[in-house]
Design a protein around this ligand. Structure first.
Ligand code: DGP
Ligand code: NA
Ligand code: NA
Length: 211
């Protein structure tokens, strides 16, 4: 059973998965649920965070306004997360949950899917706060497709997404929960809540060592 809602530090909850897996919708639903049902509450932290300076550059890259070399892009996404590390730590310390919509696993999986070497790409995220739980949204290509075509953004290409999904499989750790994102929204929401209720927090928030 979890200590959520009673005492101690907040939980670090990460949503990962492919584009159109429904994770952003469900991250917002969990945020609302926690804020409606607990005293401690939660905040939602999307990555990339397009509001801070490095995130603005990433946003312009995704909209094809500027270019990055692949390694510089990798470090930009990573730096975008490091910019938010102090906020994440302070928030957790206050007892408030932090929900991240994507995290370092996207960073590693996208860059590996583009052919960068794992031992190089993992380094820049080592030391970031370690999630208490990673909710991995698994969606079949058919269902993802039925939810609408890819948008205009530069990484929303079918082959790349397939490779990202493949790389994500290799990143699964013992704190990962696989969410069947082919199910309807209410079923997925129920599964997410069950996972949330069953988070087991260590006394101190850990740090990412293996990614
Ligand atoms: P989103 O705002 O979740 O739709 O993400 C925007 C795009 O950026 C999406 O195609 C996934 C990709 N992305 C997210 N995080 C990272 C990362 O850390 N590295 C790379 N290369 N791509 C990422
Ligand atoms: Na997207
Ligand atoms: Na999203």
């Amino acid at each position: 059973s979890s200590e959520n809602g009673t005492s101690g530090r907040g939980a670090l909850i990460v949503f990962e998965g492919m584009d159109r897996s429904g994770k952003s919708t469900q991250a917002r639903r969990l945020l609302n649920h926690i804020n409606a049902t607990t005293k401690h509450g939660a905040i939602l932290q999307p990555f990339p965070d397009r509001n801070e300076p490095i995130g603005q550059l990433i946003d312009r890259y995704l909209k094809r306004e500027i270019d990055f070399s692949e390694k510089a892009l990798h470090l930009a996404f990573s730096a975008n997360r490091w910019q938010k590390e102090p906020l994440i730590l302070e928030t957790i310390d206050k007892g408030v949950d932090v929900i991240c919509d994507r995290y370092a696993f996207s960073g590693v999986a996208y860059s590996m899917a583009k052919g960068l070497d794992r031992s190089w790409v993992r380094q820049s995220d080592v030391g970031l706060p370690r999630p208490d739980i990673v909710l991995y949204f698994e969606v079949s290509p058919e269902v993802a497709k039925s939810r609408g075509g890819f948008g205009e953004e530069r990484l929303e290409k079918e082959e790349l997404q397939r490779n990202v999904a493949k790389e994500m499989q290799g990143l699964r750790g013992e704190n990962w929960i696989i969410i069947n994102a082919n199910n309807d929204e209410d079923t997925v929401e129920r599964d997410v809540r069950i996972a949330y209720e069953n988070i087991i927090k260590t006394k101190e928030l850990g740090k990412l060592t293996e990614i």
